[in-house]
Design a protein around this ligand. Structure first.
Ligand code: FES
Length: 281
């Protein structure tokens, strides 16, 4: 984790009330990976100092610029190009892609797309094929295709049917589950629970072998380890609100599959789906 004095170099509205902000912060960009987040140390309009977590939407090591999606309210509504802020990061554990995975299925709903957006760039850079399934309430809140690389197959579902599939983005997953080597998701808990249930039944439905386990290959990797996550079919970025980001307040706790609390800020925000306890979707 590094702390940088960052300068806002671009700010534009990409969806109603949602702004893409680009910050020049080379020390934070160095080594940043998809799924990680930053802590912006800011002063809100009332004069109170705040530390605000944001998932990293993109990070470009060549330019030292990272982008965040912000609202237009509070501190985020006051910043203008040329303003400065202290940014700490990268924080948290990233998505882990198995080196053998060629086909990546990304699933996101609403503003949570920011949590998987950087993974699109990493996958394209590594010459993997990417399908991004995105769900929104209506066409006006669909993440713009102009913010995605051309290499991505982008499939949309809207609840009201105004664009793409009418219904939940989860409805689209079955069509791609045989194609995908791994899946990565972000969205509300109900969506993630549905996807976790789908993923748990996938191998039986498709009759596929566990990725990467060789006969006589020794013990399976420990739950929660980087290796276990890398071999998981589904990894999720949870949207738990992060406060201290120092693993002390427990405000970001999620329930693990063994009933033990896990901290999204430290053990997450990315988890293998089978690390977590899921309610019935
Ligand atoms: S945000 Fe405080 S423990 Fe995670």
């Amino acid at each position: 984790m590094r702390l940088a004095g960052a300068e806002l170099v671009e700010r534009r509205e990409v969806l109603p009330g949602t702004f893409l902000t680009a910050w020049h912060a080379p020390p934070v960009v160095t080594g940043a990976r998809a799924g990680q987040y930053v802590h912006v140390r800011a002063v809100d309009p009332g004069g109170l100092p705040r530390r605000i977590p944001f998932p990293i939407a993109t990070a470009d090591a060549a330019t030292g610029v990272l982008t965040l999606l912000t609202s237009g309210t509070g501190w985020a509504g006051t910043v203008r190009v040329g303003d400065r802020a202290d940014i700490a990061g990268p924080l948290g554990r990233p998505f882990e892609v198995d080196p053998r995975s060629r086909h990546l299925l990304l699933v996101a709903e609403g503003g949570a797309i920011v949590a998987v957006r950087f993974l699109v760039d990493e996958a394209v850079r590594d010459a993997r094929s990417v399908v991004l399934l995105f769900g929104a309430a209506t066409a006006s809140s669909v993440y713009p295709t102009s913010l995605l690389p051309d290499e991505v197959e982008y499939v949309v579902a809207t609840a009201d049917g105004s664009l793409g599939h009418r219904g939940s983005v989860a409805d689209l997953v079955r069509e791609y589950e045989a194609w995908a080597d791994q899946a990565f998701a972000a969205g509300p808990p109900s969506l993630l629970a549905t996807l976790a249930t789908q993923a748990a039944g996938r191998r039986q439905r498709l009759g596929v072998a566990t990725l990467g386990r060789k006969r006589g290959g020794g013990r399976p990797p420990a739950a929660g380890s980087t290796e276990a996550r890398r071999k998981a079919f589904l990894q999720v970025a949870v949207g738990q609100s992060i406060g201290c980001a120092a693993a002390t307040c427990l405000g970001c706790a999620v329930e693990g599959a063994d009933g033990v609390a896990l901290r999204a800020c430290r053990e997450g925000p990315v988890f293998a789906a089978d690390e977590l306890a899921w309610p019935e979707p």
